[in-house]
Design a binder for this molecule. Sequence first.
Ligand SMILES: *Cc1c(COP(=O)(O)O)cnc(C)c1O
Length: 226
Amino acid sequence: MDISAYHKIKSELPDNCRLIAVSKTKPASDIAVLYEHGQRDFAENKVQELKEKYEKLPKDIKWHFIGHLQTNKIKYIAPFISLIHSIDSLSLLKEVDKMAKKSGRIIPCLLQFHIAQETTKFGFTWEEAEKMLASDEFSALKNVKIVGVMGMGTHTEDTEQTRKEFHQLRQYFLRLKDTRFARQPDFRELSMGMTDDYPIAVQEQSTMVRIGSAIFGNRIYPDKTK
Ligand SMILES: *Cc1c(COP(=O)(O)O)cnc(C)c1O
């Protein structure tokens, strides 16, 4: 864990860009240290892990969900989740809406767009998102609120490729903001940028960078070959 890197990154971000600390795989004790330094926004990508950390840690933490969300697990995070970054289908959004209603909440969500070259990354194409947003089924959802968009760039050394992708995501964001969400001031989040590419994301007007390894160190995953 690198507290000085944390403070350096934070001090270099523009005022309108929030740092989301990606704490996946890291122990609650690491989160507690960062919390002591004033960090309140943390992101996880596994429901079970997120729920356990939520139960252990201070209740004024804002928890973000950034991974592939299985519909049967939404109920565990619906009562407290602050923002879901990874909405990639109408059926998922409908399930989130259902669970939000049960919790008596309106859950803020981002639409995840597929902007990378890799096919392994999730997300809407522009056409899919347009179609969903125009549908009556979408209009009927009252317990979710779309507050912006999210995307992951290609894992590459080619900074111009990354810049092009973030630029594209911002165009999607602006088109939605000016058309579908023109009368909704809460539609304002552009979640893009990770450890390796956040400086480019910031130049391309990101409002939320999701940074893990630069702060917490490299993640160690259990060796599945054993
Ligand atoms: C893991 C993850 C991050 C953080 O990645 P780092 O490279 O460690 O900063 C950001 N966004 C998503 C969606 C992730 O899964």
